[in-house]
Design a protein around this ligand. Structure first.
Ligand SMILES: *[C@@H]1O[C@H](CO)[C@@H](O)[C@H](O)[C@H]1NC(C)=O
Ligand SMILES: *[C@@H]1O[C@H](CO)[C@@H](O)[C@H](O)[C@H]1NC(C)=O
Ligand SMILES: *[C@@H]1O[C@H](CO)[C@@H](O)[C@H](O)[C@H]1NC(C)=O
Ligand SMILES: *[C@@H]1O[C@H](CO)[C@@H](O)[C@H](O)[C@H]1NC(C)=O
Ligand SMILES: *[C@@H]1O[C@H](CO)[C@@H](O)[C@H](O)[C@H]1NC(C)=O
Length: 456
């Protein structure tokens, strides 16, 4: 593999010299054709180098010290731009205007970026992967992902995001991976994730989540992986997880779970869940501390009244009418909460309300109770873990940006053509640059042979 890479490199240098003679290539960069590729990584550039060929499709500028991205730096023929691990502090909102071919944009690890204009990514109709991890972002303007119908991978982890506007992801019908771990989120609202009908993985571990709306996950029918570990959740109604019909991997560990009557619906949901889940260690009440919610028995909830348990009713053989009556009894102010009606009256009611702002909470329909907002405590000394059948913690490997080595799920969907770099990859520039080119080694070889023939 390495040897092949070295060989390809050599070819590229040879070809690069040829191209330089013909079309020009920025100094200290390597260029090669079909598709036109400019490789300028790790060269201490502080600005975008001059002389990038107009028809460049792939531009590699990672590991430099570039500070600004402005209109005119790149041309709309660009398909791929890697400019991660620089020192970008400002992106002109017109930088990518009209870039209808752009498929992959890696802006990650630019810690001083901090803010983005709402129209920065406007019109990027082919964008397939967007990397914005470790960019020092504390908020996202609403509409920033508008129109990105082809986006499949969105990496927002390791920022300082505290709040996500309602419907911020609503156009992302093809999104498969949404990484939000390592932020400062503390609440999820009814429409935070609206529209994400193809989402496969949602990672939100290492946040400060305390409050989750009852319908926060309502569109996530295809979600297979949900990580909520290392948050501040004391409560999560089973109802919340009910729409997740495709879920396979769930991690809830590292939260200060309360295992009193309010935990009953989660306990019941977990009993029926067929996928793999982490431990759910109780922090309160005192007599439950250190126990795993999943291993509690019905007796542990025998003093609980029906009103506190959403699923208790189902264990009895009520008629449909009876069940409806029971439900409206439990939710006297929201009589239309049955599954079939959820998209009707209730949605209409709430879509007319103004978007929630940071710090505000809608009343009534939560998976968590309000008191947990002020309960910052994380589990102090969790009891002995019974980890035999538990899903192990996924430990992020930041050296490789984010590693999925431990994830027991199928590889992500990919588009065809020359083997695309998987969305998760090590940040070593040269080898990445060789990734796609490697597949073309044979055609390059043919080219060189032809060249040799001509020279002779
Ligand atoms: C990156 O940019 C920030 C903010 O302008 C500056 O303080 C810092 O020194 C820069 N770092 C480097 C390595 O240039
Ligand atoms: C994205 O979604 C649109 C509309 O749902 C669909 O036509 C298109 O094929 C999808 N693209 C990908 C790459 O899945
Ligand atoms: C239920 O209530 C009885 C009587 O108040 C009490 O002795 C018992 O410990 C309670 N059980 C649970 C699981 O809370
Ligand atoms: C949801 O939160 C509101 C206040 O924010 C509270 O009044 C209400 O009782 C909560 N609902 C549930 C079911 O916990
Ligand atoms: C979860 O948080 C605890 C304490 O903050 C930390 O020790 C642990 O490493 C975290 N787990 C993961 C998987 O990062």
């Amino acid at each position: 593999m390495l040897r092949q890479g070295g060989f390809v490199e050599l070819l590229l240098v040879l070809l690069g010299l040829k191209v330089q003679v013909a079309g020009g290539c920025p100094s200290d960069c390597v260029c090669y054709p079909s598709p036109m590729t400019v490789s300028c990584q790790a060269h201490n550039f502080v600005t975008i180098p001059e002389g990038i060929p107009e028809d460049s499709e792939r531009i590699f500028l990672q590991n430099n010290q570039i500070t600004l991205l402005l209109r005119g730096h790149f041309s709309p023929s660009m398909v791929t731009l890697w400019i991660y691990s620089n020192n970008i502090t400002f992106i002109d909102p017109n930088t990518f205007e009209g870039f209808v071919n752009l498929e992959e944009l890696d802006l990650g690890d630019n810690r001083y970026l901090r803010a983005l204009a709402a129209d920065t990514f406007q019109g990027l109709v082919k964008l397939h992967a967007l990397y914005l991890y470790k960019c020092g972002l504390s908020s996202l303007p609403s509409g920033i992902f508008g129109g990105l119908h082809n986006l499949q991978y969105l990496y927002l982890q390791d920022n300082h995001i505290e709040f996500l506007q309602d419907d911020i992801f609503v156009d992302l019908v093809n999104l498969s991976h949404l990484f939000l771990h390592g932020n400062k989120l503390w609440s999820l609202h009814q429409n935070t994730f609206r529209g994400l009908i193809n989402l496969d993985r949602l990672l939100m571990h290492q946040n400060q989540l305390q409050w989750v709306h009852r319908r926060a996950f309502h569109d996530l029918r295809r979600l297979t992986t949900l990580f909520l570990f290392n948050n501040s959740l004391a409560e999560l109604q089973g109802d919340c997880l009910a729409p997740l019909g495709a879920l396979e991997f769930l991690r809830l560990n590292g939260n200060p779970w309360g295992c009193d009557c309010k935990a009953r619906s989660l306990w019941e949901w977990l009993r029926r869940f067929r996928g793999s889940s982490s431990s759910v260690l109780c922090e309160a009440p005192e007599r439950m501390r250190g126990k795993d919610l999943k291993e509690l028995r019905a007796e542990d909830f025998r003093n609980c009244s029906g009103a506190e348990s959403l699923h208790q009713i189902k264990t009895h053989t009520f008629s449909t009418a009876d069940r409806g009556a029971s439900k409206s009894h439990r939710h006297p102010h929201h009589p239309s909460k049955e599954k079939g009606k959820e998209n009707g009256a209730e949605n209409g009611l709430h879509s007319s309300q103004p978007a929630a702002s940071p710090g505000s909470r809608k009343s009534g329909k939560n998976c968590t109770s309000p008191k947990s907002r002020h309960r910052a405590a994380k589990p102090g000394s969790p009891g002995p873990r019974k980890s035999v059948h538990e899903l192990q913690d996924y430990v992020p490997d930041y050296q490789h940006k984010f590693s999925f080595g431990t994830m027991p799920t199928a590889p992500p969907r990919r588009k065809g053509k020359c083997t695309r770099r998987p969305p998760v990859r090590p940040p070593s520039g040269v080898q990445q640059a060789a990734g796609c080119a490697g597949a073309r080694a044979s055609s390059l070889l043919a080219f060189v042979v032809a060249l040799a023939a001509i020279i002779r």
